[in-house]
Design a protein around this ligand. Structure first.
Ligand code: XMP
Length: 504
C-alpha cells in the first residue's frame, strides 16, 4: 500500500481517492504518524498544506524515517518541504499562482512523467515557490511561470511536483500518480468490488459467527450497502432499524422500507415522528435542533435494539472519510453532524464497520456488484437531521408538510429533466420570511423558499449548480401553483466555502 502523509491540505483526500481509483490501496495518516515497521508499505506521498515550509507552526516530518527506505512523491508543500530540508530555497512567489498553467520543457524520459504530454494543463494552488534546488536535485518540468514545476532527486527514489496531480484540472495527473504508484512503487492494481465482497464476507463470517447484529438504516447509500453486505454474510442474524423522525422527504419512509424489503433485509420501521415534533416544538437555534434530533434518535434506536434478543454487535455504515484522523488546524466546529458518534458509546455493543476502509465511490461500486438498484446507489446525500435543518426557525408539522411538497416537486423535476445525476445534492429550504404576492385578484402574504443544488465531489467544497433557467422557471411555477402557503421561490447561488451546503 501507499501511505499518504497529510499536512492538512484540502486535497489530501482527493490524492487518496485517485490512488484508489487505480485499484490500488492507500491510507491517509497525519504527517507525524507514519506507520513504522509495516511491511506492506511500498511508497509515500507527502500532501500539500495551508502552511509555508518556513512558518514556525508548519508541520514538519523527520524525513530520515522514510528517506531511502521508500519511494517518495511530494506534492506542492510536500515538494517544497523535501527541497527545503535538503538545503533548497522556498520563497513567497512574486505572483501567487492559482489555477491553470501548462507544462513545458518536460523530461519525458523520466519515469514519473512517462506518457505525460508537454504543454498539458496542470492545476496550481500555491503562494510559495521553490526558487533553488539542492545539487543532487534535477528539474524535470517547468511551466511558463515557475522554473521548478517538478524535480527528481538523482541519488534517491524521490520526486516533487509543485502542481496538484490529484485534481481533475490537471489533465495528465492520473498518469503521473499511476507512474509513481504502479511503476515506481510496484503496487498491484488488483482491487475490485467482487474481490472486496468476497474477502469481506469471509471476514464478517469469521468475526461474527452466530452472533446477532443490529444496524441503523438511514436510506442513504452507505448504511444500505453495509446492510446488504452483512446480510450476505450472516443472513437473518442481521436486524435493521429504520427510524422515521418525521423530517424525511415526502413518502420517503414508505419508499425506503419497500426498497429494503425487496432486498430481503429484515427491517423494523419505527415511526417516532410525534416524539420528535413535541421535543422540537418552539426550538429554533440550529445546534439545539441538531442535538435534540441526535439524542432522540439514539434513544429510539436503543429502545428498539433492546427488544431484539441477545444482540452483540452494532453495525454502522461508517466510510473511510469519517475515519481519517483529521489534523485540527483551526479547531472550530462548524456544525455537529449527528450520525458520527454517540450511538456506540450508549449501546455498549461491539462495533462492526465493514465499509470503514472505503471511499464513497468504492461503496457505490460494491453496491452495484451486490445487485442493488441504481436509485438507491445514486441517491443524493441527505442530512441525518433531515428537513429540520432546512426549515429555518422552529419546526411544526405544517412547515414540514409545505417543505416536503416543495422539495418533492424540485427533486422529481430534476429526475424528469435528467439533471438529478448531474448534481451532488439538492433540496429546498423553507425561509422564515413572508412576502407579498398576487394570485388572481387576491393579495397573498405567504412564505418564500430557496432552491439549493450543488455540484461537488466530497461535500468539503461545492459550487452552486448552474441549472438551466427554463428548468428553474418551471419548478418555481409548479411550486407556487401547487404548494399552498408558498408564493415566492429563490435560487441559492452561493458556493462552499464561504457558504455551506445546508443553511443550518
Ligand atoms: P454542509 O452544510 O456542512 O454539509 O456543507 C456537508 C454535507 O453534510 C450533510 N450534512 C449532514 N449529514 N448529519 C449528516 O449525516 C448531519 O447532521 C449533517 N449536516 C449536514 C449535508 O447534507 C451535506 O451533504
Amino acid at each position: 500500500k501507499i501511505i499518504i502523509l497529510d499536512f492538512g491540505s484540502q486535497t489530501t483526500q482527493l490524492i487518496g481517492r485517485r490512488v484508489r481509483e487505480l485499484d490500488t490501496y492507500c491510507e491517509i495518516v497525519p504527517y507525524n504518524k507514519f506507520p513504522k515497521e509495516d511491511p506492506s508499505v511500498k511508497g509515500v506521498i507527502l500532501s500539500g498544506s495551508p502552511f509555508s515550509v518556513y512558518d514556525d507552526a508548519a508541520f514538519k516530518v523527520n524525513m530520515e524515517e522514510i528517506w531511502g527506505k521508500y519511494p517518495i512523491l511530494g506534492i506542492c508543500y510536500g515538494a517544497q518541504f523535501i527541497s527545503y530540508v535538503n538545503g533548497g530555497k522556498v520563497e513567497p512567489a512574486g505572483t501567487r499562482e492559482y489555477g491553470r498553467a501548462h507544462l513545458a520543457s518536460l523530461d519525458s524520459g523520466n519515469i514519473l512523467l512517462k506518457g505525460v504530454r508537454n504543454n498539458s494543463q496542470v492545476w496550481m494552488s500555491h503562494g510559495d515557490t521553490i526558487t533553488a534546488i539542492p545539487d543532487n536535485f534535477k528539474i524535470i518540468a517547468s511551466t511558463d511561470k515557475v522554473a521548478i514545476a517538478a524535480y527528481e532527486v538523482t541519488d534517491a527514489k524521490v520526486w516533487g511536483v509543485q502542481f496538484h496531480p490529484e485534481v481533475f484540472h490537471t489533465e495528465d495527473g492520473t498518469q503521473i500518480l499511476k507512474n509513481f504508484v504502479v511503476d515506481v512503487c510496484g503496487c498491484k492494481q488488483d482491487w475490485s468490488p467482487a474481490s472486496f465482497i468476497e474477502s469481506t464476507v469471509a471476514e464478517l463470517k469469521a468475526q461474527l459467527g452466530d452472533d446477532k447484529v443490529v444496524l441503523g438504516l438511514s436510506g442513504g447509500v452507505d448504511s444500505s450497502v453495509a446492510a446488504v453486505l452483512l446480510h450476505k454474510a450472516i443472513g437473518s442474524n442481521l436486524t435493521c432499524i429504520f427510524v422515521d423522525h418525521g423530517m424525511l422527504r415526502k413518502n420517503e419512509y414508505a419508499n425506503v422500507l419497500n426498497d429494503y424489503n425487496c432486498l430481503g433485509l429484515n427491517v423494523i420501521g419505527v415511526d417516532a415522528s410525534e416524539k420528535f415534533f413535541s421535543e422540537l416544538a418552539g426550538v429554533s437555534e440550529p445546534e439545539a435542533k441538531r442535538k435534540i434530533i441526535g439524542k432522540g434518535f439514539i434513544d429510539v434506536f436503543d429502545v428498539e435494539a433492546h427488544k431484539i434478543k441477545d444482540v452483540k454487535w452494532l453495525a454502522q455504515g461508517t466510510i473511510y472519510p469519517d475515519c481519517i484522523e483529521s489534523l485540527s488546524i483551526t479547531g472550530t466546529v462548524i456544525k455537529s453532524h449527528h450520525n458520527v458518534g454517540g450511538l456506540p458509546e450508549k449501546m455498549n455493543l461491539k462495533l462492526c464497520e465493514p465499509l470503514r476502509l472505503l471511499f464513497k465511490d468504492e461503496v457505490r461500486r460494491v453496491g452495484r456488484e451486490l445487485g442493488m438498484p441504481e436509485h438507491l446507489i445514486k441517491r443524493h446525500p441527505f442530512p441525518g437531521p433531515g428537513l429540520a435543518v432546512r426549515i429555518l426557525g422552529d419546526i411544526t408539522p405544517e412547515k414540514v408538510r409545505i417543505l416536503q411538497d416543495a422539495d418533492d416537486i424540485f427533486i422529481q423535476g430534476l429526475r424528469d429533466w435528467d439533471l438529478y445525476d448531474q448534481v451532488w445534492q439538492a433540496g429546498v429550504i423553507l425561509l422564515p420570511v413572508q412576502s407579498v404576492g398576487v394570485m388572481g385578484d387576491e393579495r397573498t402574504y405567504e412564505r418564500a423558499v430557496a432552491l439549493r443544488a450543488v455540484t461537488s465531489t466530497d461535500a468539503m467544497t461545492a459550487d452552486w449548480a448552474h441549472l438551466p433557467y427554463e428548468f428553474l422557471g418551471k419548478v418555481s411555477n409548479d411550486i407556487i401553483n401547487k404548494v399552498k402557503g408558498v408564493n415566492r421561490v429563490t435560487y441559492d447561488i452561493s458556493s462552499k466555502p464561504p457558504a455551506t451546503i445546508e443553511w443550518e
